[in-house]
Design a protein around this ligand. Structure first.
Ligand SMILES: Cc1ncc(COP(=O)(O)O)c(C=O)c1O
Length: 398
């Protein structure tokens, strides 16, 4: 007899990327290799100096047991605090205001366990990384969508949140630079969100996974740069996209000591910290941030330019995103849904994109293309995809 899985798991749709991977496998079985603009996972290797640091650290038996600090080893936390000072001018307490995490996804999940009671409202952007909404439900809360519209620079309109909802809200998620829209936030916007949080006594969780992937000299700010933010905020940062380390599962959260300690308490009951050799390698990575990041940014910037200019040559009218490795584009007229357009691109042009609805209802009418590509010749693959779209689907924009 089949054992029934929990309602919690039954209620959520399949993880969107799993579904995309399934479709891709089907195509591959027919001998078709689409140009895959789907999953946002860096295609470049982790830099050598990080791998060497891990190799060295892993040989030291002192790194092999559990990390009993709970927050992270001093060497790691100090490197993060120093990075915070250099990059953002922040003055963070090494003990108490920083928490080592197993990837920022883990931190985004567990912060909800710390703050959400049954029926508490979680304000979630739409479109967004799927984790916020799913995890709000798993924590027992109710997600309330905050639409991100191009007219408002893909920022939520806080004034449109009904007062009763704002009153019931305990957590507000932000994600800037934004996946999937590529939208960015200013310090002024962060100030407004802080005022909102003060007014309604809620926690801002800012997902800064893409803060270091920015172009044209733009340096996205940290929410913690806003005076007084720590009392109401925690911000998640990750090595994944900055240093091509998605598989390493290494990240950190920084913010007010009360929030960091609440997250830490959850983690103490769930995991037993990050492998200390990985923490040492993370410290080395941050020490090289200023040398490494410009190369990473230049690579994505060249791809962004090729893709956006290519799409615009076919009739789109896109602005180049200032950060993230995503291009968020509207579905051309004549297609009713983003899923229909994505299917046409895949079937006829062998170009894999993600329909906007994978990120929420408000993603309808849009699709996302990631600049991370498995093809050896990245610019050639982008060019080829643009040519095939132009050839197979001419006059998309009339
Ligand atoms: C918006 C956003 N936040 C967080 C993550 C998770 O990153 P990490 O590898 O640090 O868990 C991702 C991964 O794609 C993401 O897109």
């Amino acid at each position: 007899m089949e054992l029934p899985i929990a309602q919690r798991l039954q209620r959520i749709p399949p993880y969107p990327f799993r579904e995309i991977a399934r479709i891709k496998r089907e195509l591959q079985a027919q001998g078709i290799q689409p140009t895959d603009f789907g999953i946002g996972d860096p295609d470049m290797p982790t830099p050598k100096f990080v791998i060497e640091a891990l190799y060295k650290a892993a040989q030291d038996p002192a790194t092999h047991p559990y990390d009993e600090t709970g927050f992270g080893i001093p060497e790691y936390l100090t490197a993060i605090a120093e990075f915070g000072r250099r990059r953002y001018g922040l003055d963070l307490q090494v003990e108490g205001e920083i928490q080592s995490c197993l990837g920022s996804k883990e931190a985004l999940v567990h912060i909800l366990w710390a703050y959400i009671d049954p029926s508490d409202v979680v304000l979630v952007p739409d479109p967004a990384y799927s984790v916020y909404k799913v995890q709000a439900a798993w924590a027992g809360g109710a997600a309330f969508p905050m639409p991100l519209d191009p007219q408002n620079g893909f920022l939520p309109d806080l004034e449109s949140i009904p007062p009763a909802v704002a009153k019931a809200a305990k957590v507000l998620f932000l994600n800037y630079p934004n996946n999937p829209t590529g939208g960015v936030a200013t310090l002024e916007f962060y100030r407004e969100v802080l005022e909102f949080a003060q007014q309604h006594n809620l926690l801002i969780v800012q997902d800064a996974a893409y803060n270091e992937v920015a172009f044209d000299g733009f340096a996205p700010p940290s929410l913690l740069q806003v005076e007084g933010a720590r009392e109401y905020a925690i911000e998640m940062h990750s090595f994944s996209k900055t240093f091509n380390m998605t598989g390493w599962r290494v990240a950190w959260a920084w913010g007010g000591a009360a929030h960091v300690s609440a997250l830490s308490k959850v983690k103490a009951n769930v995991d037993s910290g990050t492998f200390m050799a990985i923490q040492r390698a993370g410290a080395v990575a941050l020490g090289h941030y200023e040398d490494f990041a410009p190369t990473m940014r230049a690579e994505y910037q060249a791809r962004r330019d090729a893709l956006v200019e290519g799409l615009n040559s076919l009739g789109w009218n896109l602005q180049k995103p200032r950060a993230t490795f995503y291009v968020w584009a509207p579905v051309p007229p004549g297609y009713e849904t983003s899923a229909e357009f994505a299917a046409a691109l895949l079937d006829q042009c062998h170009v894999l994109v993600i329909p906007g609805t994978a990120y929420g209802e408000n993603g309808e009418g849009w699709f996302r293309m990631s600049l991370t590509l498995k093809d050896p010749d990245k610019l050639g693959a982008i060019q080829g995809a643009i040519e095939r779209i132009g050839e197979k689907l001419p006059n998309l924009w009339g």
